[in-house]
Design a protein around this ligand. Structure first.
Ligand SMILES: [Zn+2]
Length: 356
């Protein structure tokens, strides 16, 4: 399957920001710009009935402040494609590279959550640790297979994730797999067993369209069919709907609404692109659930500016700039952050907010 991505330069140009601002991501927006945007909100009384915009935000739990919780910080959503012994196509990663990257995430205090958990705004990450979303596109056989004993086949992405979790207590073995008709190279009966095995073990199945077209060139009917067909198939095999979609090639259709919902067929809670920076927190007013940024998993190679915009570079950046990164307060029901970051809070989460 041919894979193409928007070059980082295109994005920078469109955003019209300088490089430093782009790198700082969500944290780069100035309080003034945000306040101006907030000023455009509807008249009093039209917001949340129970929480006044001016009511003081309660104090954070002492434990949350002690770990410097920042639930308005950025979250890396890593994007993987094929996991092979010898990478020979762009976007391929070797089994060793995946193992090393996951081990690094574990050592740096990251805790995987699924794409569905991320967009729900309720996820359970221990205090002081950082959520990371692991996503695998295209449903190739190297992502998942069951062996004769019914265990993940050695060398597959699922087996590698489980191995790293076994070696690093607290590293949850979960990820999201974006499916096309390839369905890990499985026949229907095998796929039904396999997909249900993944769901039982906390993995998440997402929608990546039936035939992996560039949706930007298709009609409304074609877009809805491409998304609907793979959704029908996943539902037939597992009895469950997907929660999120990853756009093939990161390309949105002419009307983004076509890829959000068809009554009775699909209804997503969030759609992911192939981006060049970590995602904003789902509690940040800048978070756009219909265009969630993912980072390509790659070392600091020259191609596509990976020296700055792929996973190795970003993980280094977040490790050196911990205040930019999402750090959990340990309570999925509260949203804790330093007082100075309050201007970034999306108003619908004000009722769950805590500051220190
Ligand atoms: Zn793809």
């Amino acid at each position: 399957m041919i894979l193409g991505l928007t070059l980082p330069g295109d994005r920078r140009e469109r955003d019209g920001k300088d490089e430093a601002a782009e790198r700082a991501g969500a944290a780069s927006k100035t309080p003034t710009a945000r306040a101006a945007k907030a000023g455009a909100t509807p008249a009093p009384g039209s917001g949340s009935p129970s929480v006044s915009a001016s009511a003081p935000i309660p104090a954070a739990a002492p434990g949350a402040a002690a770990v410097k919780a920042n639930e308005l910080g950025q979250v890396p959503v890593l994007m993987y494609h094929r996991i092979v012994e010898k990478p020979d196509r762009p976007l391929d990663r070797s089994a060793k590279e995946l193992y090393d990257e996951l081990t690094r995430l574990a050592k740096e205090g990251y805790c995987p959550i699924t794409a569905a958990e991320f967009v729900s705004g309720r996820f359970n990450v221990p205090a002081g640790r950082h959520p990371v979303v692991l996503t695998f596109d295209d449903g190739t056989p190297d992502h998942f297979a069951l062996d004769a004993q019914g265990r993940p086949r050695a060398g597959t992405a699922v087996a590698i994730i489980q191995r790293v979790a076994g070696e690093n207590p607290g590293f949850r073995p979960v990820a999201t797999f974006y499916m096309t008709r390839e369905l890990f190279g499985m026949e229907d009966a095998q796929a039904a067993t396999g997909l249900k095995w993944l769901q039982r073990h906390g993995f998440d199945i997402g929608n990546h369209t039936m035939n992996h077209p560039n949706l930007s060139g298709l009609s409304e009917k074609e877009v809805r069919e491409e998304i609907g067909e793979i959704e029908d198939r996943v539902v037939r095999l597992t009895g469950r709907h997907t929660t999120t979609l990853a756009y093939p090639y990161g390309a949105l259709p002419e009307e983004p609404a076509w890829a959000k919902k068809v009554d009775g067929r699909y209804a997503f809670q969030g759609n992911f692109v192939a981006g060049w920076r970590p995602s904003a927190s789902p509690f940040d007013e800048e978070f756009d659930r219909w265009e969630i940024s993912r980072i390509r998993s790659e070392g600091k190679i020259k191609e596509n500016d990976c020296k700055k915009y792929c996973s190795t570079a970003w993980l280094e950046h977040l490790d050196k700039n911990p205040h930019e990164r999402y750090t959990s307060d340990g309570d999925p029901n509260t949203v804790t952050f330093p007082k100075a970051a309050e201007y970034r809070l999306a108003k619908e989460y004000r009722g769950r907010a805590r500051t220190y």
